[in-house]
Design a protein around this ligand. Structure first.
Ligand code: HEC
Length: 154
């Protein structure tokens, strides 16, 4: 078990939509093709925004959601531990996760041996994808982005 208070403090000081502001959501939408084999985006009212596989959880509303919080998905133990530790997806840790899922999970869960079944790494373009995912959230957050489709109103 290890915690790095300095790193946590830095994250806390980082404004939430950092990557969302620097990334290009339209380019990110096209990049979702790299996620589709395992992830769909389906809004809370069942609207399918992106068709995709079910190996991974639905990625709708991910920014602002606690880690490992989709009720109908069986997460790995490390993911559950990161969720129990109170980790929440924001633009910064989503970008870090996409760059190296296993390394991020080990840090976030405090378990140096944690493994995740998501092994895809994104070495470039993750800012765009994060910006896109930031538009795929319920209306109050989505309305901050000019490209948001605003599919739901709750
Ligand atoms: C080969 C299948 C696969 C691909 C491709 C994939 N993922 Fe995943 N993803 C998973 C699995 C499985 C999990 C759950 C991991 C676990 O429980 O350890 C996951 C988890 C996640 C989570 C955390 C969800 C939560 O509820 O906490 C995010 C965010 C995520 N993936 C984003 C992406 C993005 C963005 C892409 C495209 C770049 C992508 N994934 C590509 C399989 C995949």
């Amino acid at each position: 078990m290890f915690f790095r208070p300095a790193a946590f403090a830095l994250l806390a000081l980082t404004p939430l939509p950092l990557a969302a502001e620097t990334g290009d959501a339209v380019a990110g939408a096209a990049q979702f093709i790299r996620c589709k084999a395992c992830h769909a985006i389906v809004t809370d009212d069942g609207t399918v925004v992106q068709k995709g596989g079910k190996t991974g959880p639905n990625l709708y509303g991910m920014i602002g959601r606690p880690v490992a919080a989709m009720p109908d998905f069986r997460y790995s133990p490390g993911f559950k531990a990161a969720g129990s530790a109170g980790r929440v997806w924001d633009a910064a840790n989503l970008a870090a996760y996409l760059a190296d899922p296993t390394a991020w999970l080990r840090q976030a869960s405090g378990d140096a041996g944690a493994r995740t079944s998501m092994t895809v790494k994104m070495t470039e373009g993750s800012d765009d994808l994060v910006a896109y995912l930031a538009t795929q959230v319920p209306a109050p957050m989505a309305s901050q982005s000019p490209t948001a489709p605003n599919p739901v109103t709750n």
